[in-house]
Design a binder for this molecule. Sequence first.
Ligand code: 3PG
Length: 202
Amino acid sequence: MIDQLTKLRIIPVVAIESSLDAEPLADALCEGGLPVAEITLRTDAGIGAIAALSRRQDFLVGAGTVHSVEQAKRVADAGAKFIVSPGFNPKTVQWCLDHQMPIFPGTSSPTDLEMALEFGLSVVKFFPAEQIGGVKMVKALASPYGDLRFIPTGGIHAGNLSDYLNLPSVIACGGSWMVKSNWLTEGRFEEIKRMTAEAVAL
Ligand code: 3PG
């Protein structure tokens, strides 16, 4: 999973209001050049969307905003291929490790990174990236924790994406900028495709 995400470089983070939008969303992302999404559990439709997208061979679907073991079980049952969480929940991380589920827990401090190392993780989410110091903070953390790699997420957009991706410690970035919250309900799939292609070009 780490290899796949390292090749993709960008993980669109999506809050979906209707699971019926899942297929056209995946089509737009694929056409834009990014066959991957983190579907968050912030909306009730998230689980249904994960289930629908997990059946596609041409698409990599992960689950985001997973706060608990119970949610990790639900998204695993729905077919999520990886799990992302905003913070570091040791119980959720342990459950994922026990069940061969790739997990990228959120970290924001040296203490979090030491927990990640303790659990044997090599890649973590760095969240919320821009708000907690951005590129400078990633650089500062990468120095003493050279074995760890990061997926910065939070406040990333076309204007600062390259600054993060140019860091050797960053395997990929997450963000919602190419699937804005109202775009799905408004059917703006062409816009999603365009923003995705623009991000891929960067
Ligand atoms: C997340 O859940 O990872 C973030 O909400 C994504 O952050 P962004 O909306 O600032 O891109």
